[in-house]
Write a protein that binds this ligand. Structure first.
Ligand code: ADP
Ligand code: MG
Length: 299
């Protein structure tokens, strides 16, 4: 290819808000036919907020907020940030005023675990609590189901071996995401939604942006996201992946073309070929269009 034309393409990219790692990246963009979209922080804003608080049985709601907020304060995950800020707010505290956990462990794709105020606390997906052998989980089922039906992510909380409550968080689909999916489709790319979040929430987001339920991969653990990309490539597809999280880094690197949201983590940006400077998925379509145009002038 003519280096000059590629350099011009790179310069034009910068004007559009596309940061290109090297001119050769434009080449790999040409044959892309599938685009895998991470949900949280990519299709949605990732700015989650605490919505409902459900204290099961005789659980004290204030204690539920305090223990969950304190533990989640130690995590960077968008769900965790919403829970820590929301819990502190409802307790009338600043986020820094929650107690520091005596112990903290992040369980990627499932939740968090640790000790607060002398209690052994778990917060996250049902699977995290079930695998720990927590009792009384059935008391949380109805609240969890209500949340999911409303398109919210349910975080189940247990301490000292017993289920205690459910906190729900929700974030907004980016205003530009549905239009972006239309543009990507018009360019001949098949969109796929990939998330660690639950199926009902993922389906609700997919419907909002126009992705078919068959193209939704939900409840995928962080280490398995890369397998979805590898499997699609194994079917002979040329795969672009758009993501923002630490969780997405391996999948972004494994894709034929990795695109990071500029609003995302350093890990995602480093693993990607392109960065979309604004938090706007339509720029992914701009990038594909630009690459094709640039390469067409070379032919
Ligand atoms: P995504 O792929 O949508 O970016 P993740 O793989 O990071 O999401 O997380 C998957 C799910 O695991 C979340 O939707 C949430 O239910 C749960 N989860 C992850 N981290 C936490 C946390 N710190 N606290 C509670 N739940 C969490
Ligand atoms: Mg994400």
């Amino acid at each position: 290819a003519t280096p000059t034309a590629l350099m011009v393409g790179t310069g034009r990219g910068a004007q559009l808000g596309i940061l290109i790692k090297g001119p050769e990246v434009l080449e790999s963009t040409r044959r892309v036919d599938t685009v895998v979209l991470d949900k949280t922080g990519t299709v949605t804003t990732g700015r989650m907020e605490l919505e409902d608080v459900y204290a099961a049985g005789d659980t004290d709601e204030k204690q539920l907020l305090r223990l969950t907020g304190a533990l989640e304060h130690a995590s960077e995950h968008p769900v965790a940030r919403a829970l820590a800020a929301g819990a502190a707010g409802r307790l009338g505290l600043g986020a820094g005023e929650l107690p520091a956990p005596e112990r903290f462990e992040n369980v990627p794709g499932l939740g968090v675990r640790g000790a607060v105020d002398g209690h052994e606390v778990l917060a996250g997906r049902e699977r995290l609590l079930a695998e720990a052998g927590v009792t009384g989980l059935e008391a949380l089922t109805a609240a969890g189901e209500r949340a999911r039906a409303a398109g919210r992510t349910a975080v189940l909380v247990a301490w000292d071996g017993a289920a205690r409550g459910v906190l729900t968080v929700a974030d907004a689909v980016r205003e530009t995401s549905a239009e972006a999916v239309r543009e990507l489709r018009a360019l001949g790319l098949e969109p796929v939604l990939l998330t660690g979040d639950n199926k009902a929430v993922a389906d609700a987001v997919a419907e909002r942006v126009g992705i078919a339920p068959e193209a939704v991969y939900a409840e995928v653990l962080p280490q398995d996201k890369v397998d979805v990309v590898t499997r699609l490539r194994g079917e002979g597809r040329v795969v672009a992946m758009v993501g923002d999280g630490v969780n997405d880094a391996a999948a972004l690197a494994a894709a034929d073309l990795g695109l990071a949201m500029g609003t995302g983590t350093d890990a995602a940006i480093e693993a990607s070929d392109l960065t979309l400077a604004r938090g706007d998925l339509r720029v992914a379509a701009d990038a594909i269009r630009l690459a094709r145009k640039t390469l067409a002038t070379i032919k």
